[in-house]
Ligand binder design. Structure first.
Ligand SMILES: Cc1ncc(COP(=O)(O)O)c(C=O)c1O
Length: 378
C-alpha cells in the first residue's frame, strides 16, 4: 500500500533526536529551529521525558475514559500551577484541531448559538469546524463550508462590535500571535475589547494557544501579556513534546454535562505521563523565561543583518521578515547548512520555532549560516 500523497517531502530522514538537533542514519546533524511545527518544547529525547514515558508504558499505556485516571488530575493540577491560570477545568484530547473543535462545540452548547467569528490570516486546524474558521479557502471542502462563520479583519474593534451586536454569535476564536498566518499580534485594546464584547453579547472567547502556548512566547500563555481572561484556552503542540496530546481549559462558569464531549484516546495514561514530564521540565528548567530572554538576543543578532526588514513575534515564536521571498533561502539553510526553519503564508517571513531550551550558541550558528547564505541573495 502506498501513502496518501498529501505532504510534499524533503529528502531527509531523521532517525534520532537530541536537544536541539536531529540526526540522519549516516550521522548528518540538523539544527532544529522549527521543532516540527512548534511541537518540540523541551527538546528531542529529553531524559525526564524519555524516563516518564518508558516507565508509564511498562505499567499501563492506555485505558479508556470510563475508569479513574489520577494522571489526568495530576496533569490538570500541574498545568494550573505552571501556567498560573485559575478556575478553569481541563478536557483532554489528541491534537490542536480536536482541541479547537471541542472549544467551538462547548461554546455552541453554552450559548445555544452557532455562528463563529474568526480573523483574517487565522489558522485553527483542518477538521470540519476549525477549517471553516481558518483563513485558507484552498483547504476547505464543500462539506466544511456548511458552517456559520464570519471572517473579520484582525485588530478591528468596530468590525467586531458590529458583528457581535447581532446577538447570534456563539464564539470568537483567535490566535494571540498568529502562527501560520505570519506572526501578527493585535493590540491589547483589541483583546480587551474582545473580552468585554463577548461578555456583553453572551459569546465565548476562545484563545487558540496551540502554537503560542506552553511557554513559547516567554509567558506560559501568549494572552497573559494582554491581561485578559478567555473563556476557553486550547492547547496542543508543545504540550506533549511530540506525543499527541491536546486539551481545552474551560472557565469554571461553563458547566460540564455527561456526554457533552468525549474521546477514546484523549488523556490516556501514556499521553498524561508525557504531558506531566513536559510541565515538570518547563518549570524546573525555567524554559518560558529562557524563551523570553533569548528573544532579546535574537533581536540584537537580527539587527546586524540588513536584509531583515522586521522581527516579529515574541519569545521563541519568531518571524524574520526579509525584503524577498524566502522559499529558496529556507532550502539553502536546510540542505547546505543543515538548519530547519519554517515558512508562513507571508512569503517573505522565515519562522523560527525552536525547542525552548535552545541556547545563544545555537543562534550564533544560525546567524553565521544566515549571513553566509545571504551572500547569494542580493
Ligand atoms: C494556532 C494553531 N491552531 C491549531 C492548529 C492545529 O493543530 P493540529 O495540527 O495539532 O491539529 C495549529 C497547527 O499548526 C495551529 O498552529
Amino acid at each position: 500500500m502506498q501513502l496518501f500523497d498529501v505532504y510534499p517531502l524533503y529528502d531527509i530522514t531523521p532517525v534520532r533526536g537530541e536537544g536541539c538537533y536531529v540526526f540522519e542514519e549516516n550521522g548528518t546533524r540538523y539544527l532544529d529551529l522549527y521543532g516540527g511545527h512548534a511541537v518540540i518544547s523541551i527538546g528531542h529525547a529529553h531524559p525526564t521525558y524519555v524516563k516518564a514515558i518508558r516507565e508509564q508504558v511498562e505499567k499501563l499505556g492506555f485505558y479508556s475514559n470510563s475508569i479513574k485516571n489520577p494522571l489526568q488530575e495530576e496533569l490538570a493540577e500541574k498545568l494550573e500551577k505552571v501556567s498560573g491560570v485559575k478556575d478553569y477545568s481541563l478536557f483532554l484530547c489528541n491534537s490542536g484541531a480536536e482541541a479547537n473543535e471541542n472549544a467551538l462545540k462547548v461554546a455552541s452548547f453554552e450559548t445555544g448559538k452557532s455562528k463563529v467569528i474568526y480573523f483574517e490570516r487565522a489558522f485553527h486546524g483542518r477538521t470540519s469546524g476549525v477549517v471553516a474558521v481558518t483563513d485558507n479557502e484552498s483547504i476547505k471542502s464543500p462539506f466544511n463550508k456548511g458552517h456559520q462563520t464570519v471572517k473579520l479583519p484582525f485588530d478591528d474593534i468596530p468590525a467586531l462590535e458590529n458583528e457581535l451586536q447581532k446577538e447570534d454569535v456563539a464564539a470568537v476564536i483567535f490566535e494571540v500571535i498568529q502562527g501560520v498566518g505570519g506572526l501578527d499580534e493585535a493590540s491589547t485594546e483589541f483583546y480587551k475589547a474582545a473580552e468585554e464584547l463577548c461578555k456583553k453579547h453572551h459569546a465565548v472567547l476562545i484563545a487558540d494557544e496551540v502554537q503560542a502556548g506552553y511557554g513559547r512566547t516567554g509567558d506560559f500563555f501568549a494572552f497573559q501579556k494582554h491581561g485578559i481572561r478567555p473563556h476557553i484556552i486550547s492547547v496542543a503542540k508543545g504540550m506533549g513534546n511530540g506525543f499527541p496530546i491536546g486539551g481545552i481549559l474551560i472557565d469554571n462558569n461553563i458547566k460540564a454535562k455527561y456526554g457533552m464531549l468525549g474521546t477514546t484516546f484523549g488523556g490516556n495514561h501514556l499521553a498524561c505521563a508525557a504531558g506531566i514530564a513536559v510541565l515538570d521540565t518547563i518549570e524546573n528548567e525555567n524554559l518560558a523565561k529562557n524563551a523570553g530572554n533569548l528573544f532579546e538576543y535574537v533581536k540584537e543578532k537580527a539587527a546586524e543583518i540588513p536584509q531583515i526588514k522586521k522581527i516579529k513575534g515574541r519569545g521563541l515564536m519568531i518571524g524574520l521578515e526579509f525584503d524577498f521571498e524566502i522559499a529558496a533561502l529556507r532550502k539553502d539553510l536546510l540542505f547546505n547548512y543543515q538548519i530547519f526553519t519554517g515558512a508562513a503564508s507571508n512569503k517573505n517571513l522565515l519562522r523560527i520555532l525552536p525547542p525552548l531550551n535552545i541556547e545563544e550558541k545555537h543562534f550564533d550558528s544560525f546567524f553565521e549560516a544566515l549571513k553566509s547564505a545571504l551572500k547569494t541573495y542580493k
